[in-house]
Ligand binder design. Structure first.
Ligand code: ADP
Length: 349
């Protein structure tokens, strides 16, 4: 069931178009990641859905109820939208205990019901032993769970999370995001997670919406986005992708590092073929490429290579084989899933 349905949302600040004609749908129990570079409009889009900002165009439905519609001047305030918010800085009340922080958003019920709900949330988020502590007595991960428990306490249909894991230590981040995702899935809440971290988006979300310059470039499962990127921007933002020039002729794409089957629905002519690092290997008889740079990654060395056409590709080689800068290496690519875009690699996408 679709819980969040946003259509044609646009927002401009003076000269800046922050969000441009965005459509998004999130079903119950689904986590959608809004992923994109800094300044691409992710936070603005989240704030428009939450009701912290008013769009210039478009409409948003939450659980089939119109909460904003510019065309018919409908506006429902944040408090009445039934959304829970979780922010990067947790925004906990420092003078309230964990239990009181969780209780904060509960109104209109008896004291007994409120206490029961607080206990449920403390159990759900594994915070029972910390109920009487104050936020400064908790770790970052525990504080983030309190923020989540507080957002979930009034049983919102929707939870909006704005870069919620940024403040955590890098080692703790994957653990906390897994816990948060499990809790949201168990409750069947629809969630939107704003992140600039590709690994986080691919690892946690059911669907990823990739945003660039205020526009949604592609919405899909993490696998769709990775293996079937709709634009060269998506291909290079997700995973690491290089592009080599190719020419479509008949049923094949010819490149300097291999001949591959032509993807469906592509016309004959010049194309740029996406090459991920894992597709490239060193093979006797391959095209000679020049080592331009090497980076030691531990078990592997990442080489940047220049091809005769001038295009660069990357190759990961298991140590202990090492090549110096300037060395000539024979390479070829093996593609099981060919992704190509019209044009040549040096054209702006
Ligand atoms: P992201 O969350 O992807 O980093 P934002 O939604 O914060 O991006 O910002 C998108 C664009 O809108 C940026 O160019 C930003 O500078 C601009 N912007 C955001 N909020 C405001 C504001 N309150 N006033 C003016 N410009 C803003």
């Amino acid at each position: 069931m679709v819980v969040i349905d946003a259509k044609g949302i646009s927002k401009r600040y003076d000269q800046t178009i922050a969000v441009k004609g965005c459509d998004l749908q999130v079903a119950s129990g689904e986590i959608l990641a809004l992923l994109g570079p800094s300044g691409s409009g992710k936070t603005t889009l989240l704030r428009l859905i939450a009701g912290f900002e008013r769009p210039d165009e478009g409409r948003v439905l939450i659980s089939d109820r119109v909460v904003v519609d510019v065309a018919s001047s409908v506006w429902v305030s944040t408090e009445d939208r039934g959304v829970g918010m979780v922010f990067q800085d947790y925004a906990l009340f420092p003078h309230l205990t964990v239990a009181d922080n969780v209780r904060f958003g509960l109104h209109n019920t008896s004291r007994k019901d409120r206490q029961r709900r607080v206990n449920e949330l403390l159990e759900l988020t594994d915070l029972v032993p910390f109920a009487n502590r104050y936020p400064h007595e908790l770790s970052g991960g525990q504080q983030q769970r309190v923020a989540l428990a507080r957002a979930l306490a009034p049983r919102p249909r929707v939870v909006l999370l704005d870069e919620p894991f940024n403040g955590l230590d890098p080692e703790l981040r994957p653990v906390v995001r897994r816990e948060v995702a499990q809790i949201l899935r168990r409750l069947g809440t629809a969630a939107i997670l704003v992140t600039h971290d590709e690994e986080e988006a691919l690892g946690v979300a059911d669907k990823v919406a990739l945003i660039r310059n205020g526009e949604v470039q592609q919405v899909g499962t993490p696998e769709d986005i990775y293996y079937r990127p709709a634009t060269p921007f998506v291909a290079s933002f997700i995973g690491q992708a290089d592009f080599v020039p190719g020419v479509i002729s008949g049923q094949e794409v010819h490149t300097e590092i291999g001949v591959f089957p032509c993807p469906p629905n592509m016309s004959p002519g010049p194309v740029k073929v996406m090459i991920r690092h894992e597709a490239v290997s060193s093979k006797p008889g391959g095209t000679m490429a020049t080592v331009e740079e090497r980076e030691f990654l531990g078990g592997e060395i990442l080489y940047r290579l220049r091809l005769p056409s001038g295009a660069t590709i990357h190759l990961e080689q298991r140590a202990p084989v090492t090549w110096p800068v300037g060395h000539q290496v024979p390479v070829e690519a093996s593609l099981s899933n060919v992704i190509a875009f019209p044009g040549s690699p040096n054209e702006k996408s």
